[in-house]
Design a binder for this molecule. Structure first.
Ligand code: GDD
Length: 343
């Protein structure tokens, strides 16, 4: 039986990946930070809480990382733990660098000390391309980070590549474009949209408040992407792969698709921060712009080219963004209708 260690197992990707690896016959160890109450709602929803072993690890402490590797001797590590909010990284750039980049050095050094045969998956991100908006980005595209988050992820990406080349570690960077699901955190835009629209569909009258609705993202379904992470780790040789759908739509269009799934037909009026949207069927205001959600530097468009993953991993996304928006909206509607808390 292989052992996988997933840092950040309580997040969206950690939960889907854990379920996939359990189904593949792995022993799954997940790390979590020390806290008074660990939120395992995603593992609970997937019905796997009892099937994973949780270890308390602070990624800022080298000793913690070393100990968990020595104790469990994993065959594979999936480093999904991060300060993953792009907006927050402008407020907490130093913590973001520590948690997302220096922590990766700790992990890489610990692997060298404990067992250089341990394989590492590093969660890289499309945000690294940030300012490259004119082309669809693949593994060899230039990086142009536009936030402290993106800078930290470029550093981690480079460190991972360097350890592969300098120390011959089996390390893969998975450069994942935005990937969403009903398990997405409620602060990210897609889930913020679906939770708020579901609330409105059930009679609440407070409009959804968003920042830049013209930003365009290449959104895929998180579970598809977590399968792709595992495929990278089963290759004979380590390499970096982009996972993406190859199609981008705007935040505005995501709102429209999610609203349609809840029987709302939106019409937009006004411009810039004065723009609003109302439901043509009821006349109710559904969306307002709130400049508080604008970012100091925005990434306007991201489109990925996953042809390498398609060819070498036989990976392809199975769910379109329209299906995804509908799935998330329906799930949040049903959660709220049944009285469940939105987490
Ligand atoms: N969060 C948020 N809240 N974003 C908003 C809002 C809002 O109210 N209004 C507009 N947006 C815009 C953001 O400005 C951004 O352009 C876009 O919606 C997507 O924002 P997020 O959903 O927060 O995701 P992200 O693209 O910044 O980053 C996510 O995806 C990356 C790529 O996989 C995060 O999960 C990153 O950690 C990840 O690396």
């Amino acid at each position: 039986m292989k052992t996988a260690l997933i840092t950040g197992i309580t997040g969206q990707d950690g939960a889907y990946l854990a379920r996939h690896l359990i189904n593949e016959g792995y022993r799954v160890i997940g790390t979590k930070r020390r806290s008074a109450s660990t939120n395992t709602w995603r593992l609970d929803e997937l019905g796997i809480t009892e099937r994973v072993e949780l270890a308390t690890v602070e990624m800022l402490e080298f000793g913690n990382i070393l100990s968990v590797l020595q104790e469990f001797r994993p065959d594979e590590i999936y480093n999904l733990a991060a300060q993953s909010f792009v907006g927050v990284s402008f407020e907490q750039p130093i913590f973001t660098m520590e948690a997302n980049a220096v922590a990766v050095y700790r992990l890489l050094e610990a692997i060298r000390i404990v067992d250089p045969e341990i394989r590492l998956y590093q969660a890289s991100t499309s945000e690294m391309y940030g300012g490259i908006t004119t082309e669809s980005c693949g593994e060899t595209s230039r990086f142009y980070p536009k936030s402290p988050y993106a800078v930290s992820k470029v550093a981690a990406h480079m460190a991972t590549t360097n350890y592969r080349e300098a120390h011959q570690l089996f390390c893969c960077n998975g450069i994942l474009f935005n990937h969403e699901s009903p398990l997405r955190g409620a602060e990210f835009v897609t889930r913020k949209i679906t939770t708020n629209l579901a609330r409105l569909a059930l009679g609440d009258d407070r409009p959804l408040r968003l920042g830049n609705i013209d930003a365009r993202r290449d959104w895929g379904y998180a579970e598809d992407y977590c399968h792709g992470m595992h495929l990278m780790m089963t290759r004979d040789n380590p390499a970096d792969y982009v996972l993406a759908t190859g199609t981008a739509i705007s935040v505005r269009d995501f709102v429209i698709h999610a609203a349609e799934a809840l029987d709302m037909q939106l019409e937009f009026d006004g411009e810039g921060s004065e723009e609003t949207a109302h439901d043509t069927r009821t006349g109710r205001c559904i969306l307002r712009i709130d400049p508080e959600h604008y970012r100091p530097a925005e990434v306007n468009t991201l489109i990925g080219d996953a042809s390498k993953a398609r060819q070498e991993l036989d990976w392809a996304p199975k769910i379109s963004v329209v299906e995804l928006a509908g799935m998330m909206a329906h799930k949040d509607y049903n959660r709220l209708k049944s009285g469940a808390a939105i987490l």
